[in-house]
Design a protein around this ligand. Sequence first.
Ligand SMILES: *Cc1c(COP(=O)(O)O)cnc(C)c1O
Length: 337
Amino acid sequence: MHLARFPRLHLAHLPTPLEPMKRLSKELGVEIWIKRDDCTGMSTGGNKTRKLEFLMAEAEAQGADMVMTQGATQTNHGRQTAAFAAKLGMDCHILLEDRTGYNNPNYNNNGNVLLDHLHGATTEKFAGGTDMVAEMERAAEKKRAEGRNVYVIPGGGSNPTGALGYVNCAFELLNQANERSLKIDRVVHATGSSGTQAGLVTGMCAMNAQVPVLGIGTRAPQEKQEQMVYDLACKTAEKLGCAGVVKREDVMANTDYVGEGYGLPTEKGIEAIQMFAELEGILLDPVYSAKGASGLIDLARKGEFKDERIVFLHTGGAVGLFGYDFAFDHESRWVSA
Ligand SMILES: *Cc1c(COP(=O)(O)O)cnc(C)c1O
């Protein structure tokens, strides 16, 4: 498999570290390593950086002078797209869907939104439930009519081009494992718009790695989530010239940790944030990585990973913490010694 056949911008800080989490492992009685894709660079990093290396290279190759994408108010993908656009001297417009209904000023202006604006992107707000794909098409057509060359990136950067970034991650992770003779029994990570898992699964299958990948859902029910990942994995394999390597049973998602809905913090997610922060000094975010980690923690406690060596892929998102400060307890930490 030859990824160099596809245009790519080498802007990510790679390879990302693969580190043991000794205190968390001891706490849970399962050996857990962490792949630090929260440290990929470009406006603090996160999983979208790997996708954008391929997506933005395509935008540049097509002569785009503007990129457009969409997501929830606190979209990490939007923030990272804005950073890439700044680096490449393109304009960036982000359509934001209000999926939570929060009036909180930090949710609406801090965290990722603050950084979108710092990178020079413009943002536009839409009510929850809006057909964002149609809105983005409309917005792009308007700009094209004004003479702009607009490159449109789907939500989460999840198409076969973006998923190449996670095919690349599968190669990188297996290399690290092989160099250290570190047998990996399973990879666990938060899954949303599906590009991360689709790319990882495609890469693992194409290399016959026999490393199962478990996605922990953050939005859709299981059947829908798995189908989305599978469909994108099939298209990604086709793009790579290895159609058919991914079987339906290679795609596994557990969606028991979504809680009340996308972007709404869960109790178990908050506990996961506190455990990672206090045991490992690592920051998670309430929308994705905390829900992923809450699945990891709960399944470990239930004995699902008995005698396995797990790699938790940290997909980033900690910038979102500053939009969710209201979800945490500060009171008990203010003391007079
Ligand atoms: C986008 C995102 C995910 C989900 O990745 P997908 O490729 O959309 O499935 C997970 N974690 C974080 C922090 C993200 O921003």
